[in-house]
Design a protein around this ligand. Structure first.
Ligand code: FAD
Length: 213
C-alpha cells in the first residue's frame, strides 16, 4: 500500500512538498483553508511584484525625456485597474497550481486542517462538513501571518499590514511610515514611493522598535 501523506497548507512549502511526495509514489492529500499558493501567491511575492512592475513603468514614463521621448499629457496610476490585474495574475497562477496538483493525483481539500490524534487529521471543509483523513506521514506547512506591534494593532485604515497595503484601491496623499522587518517590505516601500510621490519616511526596525513599544 502507498504511504499516505497529508500536507497542511498549500503555500510554496506545502504544494511543492505534496507534488514531490506524489512523484515518489505516495498517496497525498493537501488541506488548504484559503486559496492555493499561500502568502507568496496571494499576499506576498506575486502581488508585490505586480505592483512593482507598474511602479517601475510609471517611473520610466515620468523620466521619458531621459529616454528621448516627448510625452504630452499626464500619466497617473489607476489603482482599480492595477488591483484587477493583480487579481488576474493571482487567479491564473492559482489555476496553474491546481492543475499541477490534479496532474500529480494529489487530493485537494479546501478547509481547515487540525490534528485529531496520531495518524488522523480532521479537515473542516468549507461546506461545513468535517472529514477525517488518516496519515502515515504528516507535513505541516502552515506558513506565517502579518504580526502587528502590540501598541499599534492593524486597523486597515491607518495601521496597515503588508496584506492591507497590497489591496489599497487608492493612495491618499498621506505620509507613509514603513516599518521594515524584512527585506520584502522594502519592495512595498519602493512601490508606493513611485506610485505616490508624497512624503515618505522609512524606519529600519532597529530604529523603530524602541519608539513604538
Ligand atoms: C509582502 C511580501 C513579499 C514577499 N516577497 C517574496 C519574494 O519576493 N521572494 C520570496 O522568496 N519570498 C517572498 N515573501 C515570503 C514568501 O511569501 C514566504 O516565504 C512563503 O510564502 C512561505 O511559504 P509557506 O508555504 O511556508 O507558507 P505560506 O505561503 O504562508 O502558506 C501557508 C498556507 O497554509 C495555510 N494554512 C495555515 N494553517 C492552516 C490550517 N490549519 N489548515 C489549512 N491550511 C492552513 C495558509 O492559509 C497558507 O495558504 C514575501 C512575503 C511577503 C509578506
Amino acid at each position: 500500500m502507498a504511504t499516505r501523506v497529508v500536507v497542511i497548507g498549500a503555500g510554496p512549502g506545502g504544494y511543492v512538498a505534496a507534488i514531490r511526495a506524489a512523484q515518489l509514489g505516495a498517496e497525498v492529500t493537501v488541506i488548504e483553508r484559503d486559496n492555493v499558493g499561500g502568502t507568496c501567491l496571494n499576499w506576498g511575492c506575486i502581488p508585490s511584484k505586480v505592483m512593482i512592475t507598474t511602479a517601475e513603468l510609471l517611473d520610466k514614463f515620468h523620466r521619458a525625456h531621459e529616454f528621448g521621448l516627448r510625452l504630452e499629457g499626464k500619466v497617473f496610476p489607476d489603482m482599480q485597474r492595477l488591483m484587477a490585474r493583480k487579481e488576474k495574475v493571482i487567479q491564473d497562477q492559482a489555476k496553474g497550481i491546481l492543475d499541477l496538483l490534479h496532474h500529480h493525483k494529489v487530493r485537494y481539500l479546501r478547509g481547515r486542517g487540525a490534528i485529531e490524534r496520531q495518524g488522523l487529521i480532521a479537515a473542516q471543509l468549507d461546506d461545513g462538513k468535517t472529514l477525517e483523513v488518516p496519515w502515515d506521514k504528516l507535513i505541516l506547512a502552515p506558513g506565517t501571518q502579518p504580526c502587528s506591534f502590540p501598541a499599534f494593532p492593524f486597523d486597515g485604515q491607518q495601521i496597515l499590514s503588508s496584506n492591507d497595503a497590497l489591496c489599497l484601491n487608492a493612495f491618499h496623499n498621506h505620509k507613509i511610515a514603513y516599518i521594515l522587518l524584512m527585506h520584502q517590505f522594502c519592495s512595498l516601500k519602493h512601490c508606493s514611493l513611485n506610485i505616490n510621490s508624497d512624503d515618505i519616511c522609512c524606519h529600519k526596525i532597529s530604529d523603530s522598535w524602541h519608539q513604538l513599544n
